[in-house]
Design a protein around this ligand. Structure first.
Ligand SMILES: Nc1ncnc2c1ncn2[C@@H]1O[C@H](COP(=O)(O)OP(=O)(O)OP(=O)(O)O)[C@@H](O)[C@H]1O
Length: 373
């Protein structure tokens, strides 16, 4: 029986980038997008409700046709309106997972997984079942599954068709907090263990920081920005679109050790600085992604002694800009261990502390959320 790690080796997809240049009108709505998405990792299509995420996904999947344009996956042309090419959805070699699982109700989980099973994936079934944690569900009918379980089965079914790209349209919608977190964990694991790029539609900034490597920000049918997640999260002009008040930075760290006495886990950054967080279920050496809300970062000029914030990071101020729409606050871009961290202060505090670009400061961090990656 293959183990879960063997999943890593299937279906090498290196360099299979999706490129598209499409235009489509839907009533009053006009979508225009020109993009090349990376051939690996998770790309989030992100934007407010009605920005065109699902419309774009449907065109990639071949469920809708652009008024004009092209869509290519690697060397293969999926759509070319000028040449009259429109490969039908089932011949695109794409796996699609919708908001609802859409399993076949009369087939057991095993039957659902077998449906569309690609011969090249036969030897991989066990590994994918294990990766998604659905082994104990194989004899069950879809009606008896929880929402999260059903979606894991739907993801498994999509993967077993040997897709060259996996499309997910808000797969966490309607799940409660714990199940959302659980499914997010499985998807994250999947993204690391398989070599199939994922395009992930979401309007939730938390999902985005948890899972995406690359981001396409849609705004009223247009691509407002596109690039690496950490780079875009650090763009102040996009704050309004990327969480607003809930905007956050993402920082990479590694688990160093667990402190059993205080039930804490110690994490290290690249330059040796450390952070302590409530005990995590992660092994020493494991890499994590930390989500640090902008409003939870305070600054001091020196290490304060009489304050309860345990997490202090030495940083250097890289830029200071007014916060859009606020006369009272400013945004600061800091460099911490070669990574970007944002903070938000009142102008009053900025002036009183005499903060300026190039100055070293201590960033005091009130709360940190963790994503295992
Ligand atoms: N068949 C249609 N006819 C007319 N307008 C449509 C049609 N389908 C979608 N629209 C409009 O296109 C716009 C984009 O819709 P789309 O579903 O792509 O947005 P979205 O970003 O996925 O939103 P959400 O996050 O709410 O799912 C919306 O204004 C929607 O009302």
């Amino acid at each position: 029986m293959p183990d879960a790690t063997s999943v890593t080796h299937f279906h090498a997809n290196n360099g299979t980038a999706l490129s598209l240049d499409v235009e489509r009108r839907q009533g009053e709505f006009h979508l225009q997008a020109s993009l090349t998405l990376p051939g690996k990792g998770v790309t989030a299509l992100f934007g407010a409700s009605g920005s065109g995420k699902t419309s774009l996904l449907r065109m990639i999947a071949g469920l809708d046709r652009p008024d004009s344009g092209t869509i290519r996956l690697g060397e293969k042309t999926l759509t070319d309106t000028r040449r009259g090419i429109q490969v039908p959805p089932h011949r695109r070699r794409l796996g699609v997972v919708f908001q609802e699982a859409r399993l076949f109700p009369h087939y057991r989980v095993r039957g659902n997984l077998a449906y569309g099973l690609h011969p090249s994936m036969r030897s991989r079934v066990d590994a994918i079942v294990e990766l998604l944690g659905i082994g104990h569900l194989l004899q069950r009918l879809p009606a008896t599954l929880s929402g999260g379980e059903a979606r894991r089965v739907a993801i498994g079914r999509a993967l077993l068709t040997a897709p060259r790209l996996l499309l997910m349209d808000e797969p966490l919608t309607g799940l409660d907090g714990a199940r959302k977190q659980e499914l997010l964990h499985y998807i994250d694991q999947l993204a690391r263990d398989i070599d199939i790029p994922i395009v992930y539609v979401s309007h939730d900034p938390h999902e985005l920081t948890a899972i995406a490597d690359h981001l396409v920000l849609l705004d009223q049918g247009q691509v407002r920005a596109e690039g690496r997640l950490d780079v875009l999260l650090n763009r102040f002009d996009l704050t309004e679109h990327l969480g607003g008040f809930d905007a956050a930075s993402v920082i990479a760290a590694r688990v160093e050790m667990h402190d059993i006495h205080y039930a804490l886990t110690r994490l290290t950054l690249e330059d040796g600085q450390t952070l302590s967080v409530p005990r995590l279920d992660a092994s020493p050496g494991q890499r994590l992604r930390l989500r640090i809300p902008v409003r939870d970062v305070a600054l001091a000029l020196t290490e304060p002694r009489d304050i309860s914030y345990r997490n202090r990071l030495h940083a250097v101020i890289q830029r200071i800009e007014p916060l859009d729409g606020s006369r009272a606050s400013v945004e600061l871009g800091l460099s911490v261990s070669g990574q970007a961290l944002r903070a938000r202060l009142t102008r009053h505090a900025l002036d009183e502390m005499g903060l300026d670009v190039g100055m070293p400061v201590v960033a005091l961090i009130r709360s940190v959320a963790f994503e295992t990656r």
